[in-house]
Design a protein around this ligand. Structure first.
Ligand code: N01
Length: 549
């Protein structure tokens, strides 16, 4: 990496590109690959000192993907998917980061990436029909196309807590973890948050720390990962059938080859149901929620699947009071992101691990020596926030992004995000969002969703080149129809009843809207294909101003 690429002390740049890409994670890198294939000049602007996005920032102990290695990888290059060797059933953060760095090198992408630089603002100039992009380094880039690869889980959220500035020890957020190893040996560690990150981190820290105090507001459902080394033969089998497997996965609702049942819960007898839940529990992972085809839509069906997991928790955690606190009763299983763990519940049997119920005794403040709840003060040497993200819209909200007439995206989305296909926004010409709100995004194997979006965008740009068009902008009516469709499909599910980050419920004041499209990746892809077959229906393609800045 050159000093200029590292960004720290470099002089501001001023340059014109065909496209500016925000972010160099999985989405940004693949966007660069496809833009280059079209002969377009592009620059990805990345806040991290390295590529990788989520996997660059999330270095917390125990960080691991909950989609299996053989599926959580790019499919666009047959050579790449054949040559890369994964080592475990579920990949560790370090391994994913190694993989994505390999991709950056293998496809020679680094020369088109500016690291350690944040996009501060992006303004559409109607006179020149160009996007004017400014960074926190004072760079000024212009581009016909602006492509957001900013990610759905990249705006880390540390809750406002009085006294944090006075805490005497170090504190960390899982989504912004230090690069050097944090040594918890001999420490009393407080962990706030029991979502996917907390559930992975708590057992790992507990192996090292002297004491772990877990501050839980809401318990989550978690299924064992049963992680293990990946056998050579299993890997060989996958690779022999990759093309077929990927094609099948693209047609599923989550972009993952799960064992999707076609059977409704109450079409099975009680013993058959228990047998099926047990079989899935023993297989491990999020496959559990597909045991029957009505778990996400029928409350009684969901209750059955949830009760099985609650019984597993009661059977694992020895102290009945702790077990009761860990067993979720406030939401339907799967409507908050299901967690996948290694030894999470059993960790609470360790004598140096304790659970504090924040519903009964809320946090009053952080104090210099630890954390104070409504009934006692906990002495802590360090504090971990596993408190999640301003998901899906947060990263774009943090950019001053303006379309026609100076309208900000933040203002346009004040009542909830409005997009066409989760990909484009009316009044924001030539702006594309990879895995934007209103697309399947976070409900899928996100790499599949990324590839589908980037391929669609690349085809749209190619079509524009061939037709001599320079501007693409969705019609307001098409956007309205899409938002209505997204909300209508959401209303048929149990998702809208949960206080989850899917619903924006974790961020005070955020509109309550199901952020991803829940119609499934396969159906969604078919809709996107129809838009193409109909000549980019719902999108105004025009040959406007063509000069460059
Ligand atoms: O964040 P979360 P996460 N006081 O929002 C609690 C992906 N991911 O980083 O539920 C006290 O799920 C909050 O409590 P509550 C995955 O998609 C994947 O864990 O709001 N507590 C909750 O317990 C995942 O869903 C992987 O009541 C507070 C926790 O913090 C997404 O990232 C691994 C609080 C936040 O949970 C986000 O997961 C990790 C407060 N003021 C992440 N504010 C894998 O692939 C928040 N909380 C395995």
């Amino acid at each position: 990496m050159t000093e200029i690429e590292k960004g720290a002390t470099r002089a501001p740049l001023a340059q014109n590109f065909d496209a500016v890409v925000i972010g160099a994670g999985f989405a940004g890198l693949y966007a660069l690959v496809r833009l280059r294939q079209l002969g377009l000049s592009a620059r990805a602007i990345e806040a991290g000192e390295g590529v990788g996005g989520t996997w660059y920032w999330n270095r917390y102990p125990g960080a691991r993907c909950d989609v299996e290695s053989m599926q959580y990888s790019y499919s666009f290059s047959e050579e790449l998917q054949q040559e890369w060797q994964w080592s475990e059933r579920y990949p560790r953060q370090e391994e994913i980061l190694r993989y994505i760095n390999h991709v950056a090198d293998r496809f020679d992408l680094r020369r088109d990436i500016t690291l350690q630089t944040r996009v501060a603002s992006a303004t559409y100039d109607e006179g020149s029909a160009l996007w004017h992009v400014q960074t926190d380094h004072g760079d000024t880039f212009t581009a016909r196309f602006l492509i957001s690869a900013a990610g759905c889980l990249s705006a880390a959220k540390v809750p406002d807590m009085t006294g944090l500035a006075d805490f005497q020890g170090p504190w960390y957020h899982t989504g912004n973890w230090p690069h050097e190893k944090v040594d918890f040996r001999g420490q009393r560690v407080g962990v706030i948050g029991t979502g996917s990150s907390g559930i992975q981190l708590i057992p790992t820290i507990a192996r090292e720390a002297k004491e772990v105090v877990v501050f839980q507001r809401t318990p989550n459902f978690s299924i064992p990962a049963w992680n293990r080394p990946l056998a050579d033969e299993e890997q060989r089998q996958w690779k022999a059938n990759y093309a077929e497997n990927r094609a099948k996965a693209r047609n599923t609702r989550s972009g993952i080859l799960y064992d999707y049942s076609q059977r409704a819960t109450f079409d099975a007898s009680e013993p058959e149901r228990q047998q099926e839940y047990e079989r899935r529990w023993q297989k491990g992972g999020a496959n559990y929620t597909h045991a029957f085809n009505d778990i996400f839509s029928n409350q009684l069906a969901n209750d059955q699947a949830a009760e099985f997991v609650r019984n597993k928790i009661r059977g694992t955690v020895k102290d009945p009071h702790t077990a009761a606190l860990l067993a979720p009763t406030d939401h339907s299983i799967g409507t908050k992101r299901i967690c996948v763990d290694t030894d999470y519940y059993a960790t609470f049997n360790l004598s140096h691990v304790s659970l504090v119920d924040l519903r009964a005794t809320p946090i009053s403040s952080i104090v210099p020596s630890g954390l104070q709840t409504s009934d006692q003060t906990y002495a802590l040497d360090s504090l971990v926030f596993a408190t999640g993200y301003d998901a899906v819209t947060g990263a774009l909200d943090r950019i001053d992004l303006r379309g026609r007439g100076g309208q900000t995206l933040k203002a346009k989305w004040a009542q909830g995000p409005r997009t066409y296909l989760g990909l484009m926004v009316a009044d924001f010409p030539n702006f594309f969002i990879i895995t934007g709100p209103g697309s399947p995004s976070v409900l899928t194997n996100v790499i599949m969703a990324i590839e589908q979006h980037v391929d669609w965008i690349a085809r749209c740009l190619e079509h524009m080149q061939a037709q001599g068009k320079t501007s693409a902008e969705p019609l307001a009516s098409a956007e309205n129809d899409w938002v209505d469709h997204v909300n209508q499909v959401a209303s048929t599910t149990l998702f809208t009843k949960s206080n989850s980050w899917y619903m924006g419920a974790n961020i005070p004041g955020k509109p309550r809207v199901l952020l991803p499209y829940v119609g499934g990746l396969g159906n969604y892809t078919a809709i996107c294909e129809k838009v193409v077959a109909d000549g980019y229906s719902g999108i105004a393609l025009s040959a406007g101003v063509t000069q460059t800045a």
